[in-house]
Design a protein around this ligand. Structure first.
Ligand SMILES: *[C@@H]1O[C@H](CO)[C@@H](O)[C@H](O)[C@H]1NC(C)=O
Ligand SMILES: *[C@@H]1O[C@H](CO)[C@@H](O)[C@H](O)[C@H]1NC(C)=O
Ligand SMILES: *[C@@H]1O[C@H](CO)[C@@H](O)[C@H](O)[C@H]1NC(C)=O
Ligand SMILES: *[C@@H]1O[C@H](CO)[C@@H](O)[C@H](O)[C@H]1NC(C)=O
Ligand SMILES: *[C@@H]1O[C@H](CO)[C@@H](O)[C@H](O)[C@H]1NC(C)=O
Ligand SMILES: *[C@@H]1O[C@H](CO)[C@@H](O)[C@H](O)[C@H]1NC(C)=O
Ligand SMILES: *[C@@H]1O[C@H](CO)[C@@H](O)[C@H](O)[C@H]1NC(C)=O
Ligand SMILES: [Zn+2]
Length: 720
């Protein structure tokens, strides 16, 4: 890499700072691990590739990716609304030699019927929100007659009128602060800002604090440098946010109950028994609005309640010209009307299979297909376009005589946006097979919303991700002779921990190693209109990824990982990295316990991590022997142990209050939804109420799981 390029990238470094950045990126904002543990030698340039690797890499073509993207982004495909698109996906994969089918589930879902929001001042004057995104002549799909209204998936039907209170980002801490300041919440409507926690968490908190409705607005203060206030033109004339853009999205209580809320723990077959949804979805109505329509509503609170500055919470005050006062303003009211139609309706996953020669080893690759809008050029169909190109690449490899050792299963999920429906129900249906055979799950959701590569994964996959990125040529902002690794290492540069917010969730919480990859926008890149009509092909082709170069690179990255996972005689996992990462989480836990004055006996946890360290070393030594001797039985033994290691971490039953989440090392934070927490059983017992007894109980359970992991790895299945 050229030095000049390096210093250019250094400008991006602030991106890595926690909590700084655009809303959707906060899915990955918290980063408790230290990826510098992983070897990061400077890559060769040009990358040296094997013959098959070259075939794979050369098969990715920007023009065909653009064609696939165009198809996906020119028809409505809300969950359960477009079977044709599922079949089309299966058909493309079939053309490239996969055995493909469409797999339906019958899920509980609700669809928007009518939505309205108005403001009435104390003097009786009324203002009505349009709840519409502008139709833009430049952007064809923004005017489609079947475009999807602005609403929240799984929101409650309701019609409420009340004074309202600005609640910041709507985390527990925000509400607690309001209570501390004496702001009356009961019976009021919450006005929350997007960003930070998953939107369902905001609505849940509002409900828990006895508020009766919730309005969530986008704030340009989360758009980094690229704002109209800083002189950038708004989309479609420039890279800043279109002021009318609205973020749709689900308000399911994701950090407690992902999947179909009526079938917890079992697949949503048409005739499946149904449970009620009380704990899984809100009881109060909610709506999303644009920043343009938030201005009068916020402005009406100016001079009422506590001014934003005095509330003194991070990210309370945003980028609009108002004081972000709490309110309420006496007699100034919002009327929120939300009418939803509930139904049990089919959704359709597309599934494609390439049989491997060792049927007891499987890798699964997935991306969701459903979108909140007609477009979805970034979320999720940048990933969908890449997945078709990946199927094509496998076909090119086959022409060279390649046969994967491990079975490859490609999945195009439906219903992700409502609550990971397609993936959760499918995993629940095939769980015995998946648990027995799956080596890894690779996820791509938003493959591209900007130029900066990102990679989150469970520890065994870190090194493979790094080595794969080194083999991909990728250039941004005129950089010369750079690989995807170079750009990644000099920008985000950290391997994130998996929380939730995409389809890897059901895999991780059933003990399957997983990775999530893609590329996002930095603070100086065009603003990505997440879940808005302007997440469109036109935006992507002109702002997000002109030339579809980043699509190509992310496809190649994913392809490289998948190829090695499916092909290498010995599964390319780095087991030693697991205990290394655990030690970092342990240090974080110790710091938290100290700060919170919770006394814990962590000796068992320490011993279990030591046991895993030793076991991982033994396994690595055995792996070397297997590699050297090429002894098939020994290779199988090593492969199976690596495959099964992660299963141990889901051996202790569900986490407190959330049966679905079983991984004792990672889970989405209860009050974040997207962002992960490590040693969740212990950490959250401390965070929420300093419950020492519960914390200690989970220290014991967590160490039990880690000891089990150590036993899983030990060649003689020994005791520790
Ligand atoms: C990766 O980034 C780190 C931190 O910025 C830097 O110290 C290191 O030299 C980089 N490695 C390579 C191979 O570029
Ligand atoms: C499904 O998507 C395709 C491709 O975008 C589109 O042509 C078709 O009209 C959509 N079907 C429905 C029912 O909206
Ligand atoms: C009522 O109050 C609002 C907000 O202060 C103001 O904009 C509006 O002009 C007032 N209307 C009348 C009729 O006074
Ligand atoms: C704001 O809160 C921080 C701690 O969260 C405190 O240190 C600081 O003094 C507060 N500032 C004001 C003006 O109250
Ligand atoms: C911000 O609002 C104030 C009061 O309404 C107004 O005087 C000022 O001109 C506005 N500033 C900008 C930059 O719009
Ligand atoms: C793949 O393997 C399955 C299970 O062994 C078998 O039923 C199927 O026919 C195979 N498919 C192909 C295309 O060989
Ligand atoms: C693909 O890349 C080529 C070469 O850089 C470029 O000329 C072409 O416009 C790109 N195609 C699309 C659809 O962006
Ligand atoms: Zn998505």
């Amino acid at each position: 890499m050229h030095i000049q390029a390096l210093s250019l990238f250094a400008l991006w470094l602030p991106l890595a700072v926690e909590g700084c950045g655009k809303d959707h990126r906060l899915r990955r904002s918290f980063d408790p691990g230290d990826p510098l543990l992983v070897k990061r030698d400077r890559p060769q340039y040009p990358p040296r590739l094997t013959k098959q690797e070259s075939v794979l890499i050369n098969s990715f073509n920007n023009a065909s990716i653009s064609d696939w993207s165009y198809y996906y982004t020119h028809g409505a495909h809300l969950a359960g609304k477009n079977r044709t698109m599922a079949q089309w996906t299966a058909d493309r994969w079939a053309e490239y030699g996969l055995t493909s089918s469409v797999v339906p589930y019958s899920v509980f879902i609700n669809y928007p019927e009518s939505q309205a929001l108005s403001l009435s001042y104390a003097n009786g004057t009324k203002w009505k929100a349009s709840l519409e995104e502008d139709v833009l002549p430049e952007d064809d799909t923004s005017s489609y007659p079947n475009r999807i209204p602005v609403f929240h998936g799984y929101s409650a039907t309701g019609d409420v009128t009340a004074e309202y209170v600005y609640v910041g980002r709507g985390q527990k801490g925000d509400f607690d602060r309001l209570v501390e300041l004496g702001v009356d919440l009961k019976g009021k409507i919450a006005l929350a800002r997007y960003g930070g926690p998953f939107r369902g968490v905001k609505v849940k908190n509002a409900q828990d604090y006895e508020m009766i409705g919730c309005v969530i607005f986008t704030d340009p203060g989360d758009d980094g440098e690229v704002t109209e206030a800083n002189g950038y033109a708004a989309y479609p004339h420039g890279p800043a946010r279109n002021p009318t853009s609205v973020q749709r999205g689900s308000v399911q209580f994701l950090s407690y109950f992902p999947g179909d809320p009526t079938t917890p723990g079992y697949p949503s077959k048409a005739d499946a028994p149904r449970k009620d949804t009380t704990d899984a979805v809100p009881k109060i109505p909610s709506l999303p609005i644009s920043w343009k329509e938030a201005v009068p509503i916020l402005a009406a609170l100016d001079g009422h309640g506590i001014p934003g500055k005095e509330v003194n919470r991070t990210r309370w005050v945003g980028g609009l010209n108002v004081t972000y006062s709490t309110g309420p303003a006496l007699g100034t009211k919002l009327s929120l009307k939300n009418s939803m139609r509930e139904t049990i309706t089919p959704i359709w996953n597309a599934v494609g299979i390439i049989n491997g020669t060792s049927p007891d080893e499987v890798i699964v690759i997935g991306n969701h297909r459903d979108a909140w809008i007609v477009g979805g050029a970034a979320d999720p169909n940048s990933g969908s376009a890449v997945m078709i190109e990946l199927a094509k690449a496998f076909n090119e490899l086959k022409k060279t005589g390649w046969k994967p050792k491990r079975t490859i299963v490609m999945c195009s999920w439906d219903g992700e946006e409502y609550g990971l429906l397609g993936s959760v129900e499918w995993v629940e249906e095939y769980l015995p097979w998946l648990k027995a055979a799956t080596v890894a799950y690779l996820n791509v959701d938003i493959a591209v919303s900007g130029p900066i590569p990102s990679f989150d994964a469970t520890p065994q996959l870190h090194q493979l991700g790094i080595e794969s990125m080194k083999k991909i040529r990728y250039s941004v902002k005129g950089s010369k002779d750079t690989t995807l690794f170079d750009i990644w290492n000099s920008t985000s540069g950290r391997i994130g921990v998996l929380g939730s917010g995409s389809d890897y969730t059901a895999f991780v919480h059933n003990g399957i190693p997983a990775a999530d990859l893609g590329a996002y926008e930095g603070d100086s890149d065009p603003v990505y209109h997440y879940h808005s009509n302007y997440d469109s092909y036109h935006w992507m082709a002109n702002f997000g990824d002109p030339g579809f170069k980043t699509h190509v690179a992310i496809g190649q990255f994913m392809g490289m990982m998948a190829y090695h996972l499916a092909t290498d005689e010995l599964v390319p996992f780095d087991v030693n990295n697991y205990p290394k990462q655990l030690n970092i989480y342990l240090d974080n836990l110790k710091a938290l316990a100290r700060e919170s004055n919770v006394q814990l006996d962590l000796s068992k946890l320490e011993h279990s991590i030591q046991a895993l360290t030793t076991a991982a070393k033994l396994l690595t030594a055995t792996k070397k022997v297997a590699k050297f001797t090429h002894d098939k039985r020994l290779m199988d033994l090593v492969n199976h142990k690596q495959r099964d290691l992660e299963r141990a971490f889901v051996s202790q039953g569900g986490l407190p209050d959330r049966e679905f989440y079983k991984h004792v090392i990672y889970a989405p934070g209860q009050d974040t939804g997207y962002a992960p927490t490590t040693f969740p059983g212990v950490t959250e017992a401390i965070q929420f109420g300093a419950n020492q007894k519960l914390a200690q109980e989970w220290v014991d359970k967590t160490s039990k799981a880690i000891f089990l992991a150590a036993r899983t790895l030990t060649p003689w299945g020994g005791k520790w």
